[in-house]
Ligand binder design. Sequence first.
Ligand code: HEM
Length: 90
Amino acid sequence: GVPSLLRVTPSMLKEHNGRKGKPAWSSYEGKVYNITPYLPFHPGGEGELRRAAGKDGRKLFMEVHPWVNWDNMLGECLVGIMVAEEQARP
Ligand code: HEM
């Protein structure tokens, strides 16, 4: 079915940095992805992908492989959309 998307604030994104057992999230063009399940499969290595954890990964991503389609690869890992800090609740 249609997944329900979270409203993710910048501070929530920052919290999901993949450290201390927390999931790793990364945003890309306003969409937030749980990159945790993809970490062991990333061809560039887990450490490289972790650099995008808890932040907007677009710039790093584009610097390395602009030809890779983020949405196609991580579509199933979409968890939410970015909103302003004060817009966490509807
Ligand atoms: C390679 C996917 C994020 C660094 C690759 C490749 C794919 C991929 C498919 C192989 C590309 C090819 O051979 O043409 C992804 C996805 C990401 C992501 C879906 C989204 C979260 C990142 C980030 C970094 C990074 C944030 C760096 C900070 C690299 C590097 C390689 C690579 C260095 C090259 C490995 C090599 O050829 O030796 N990635 N990547 N990736 N990725 Fe990523």
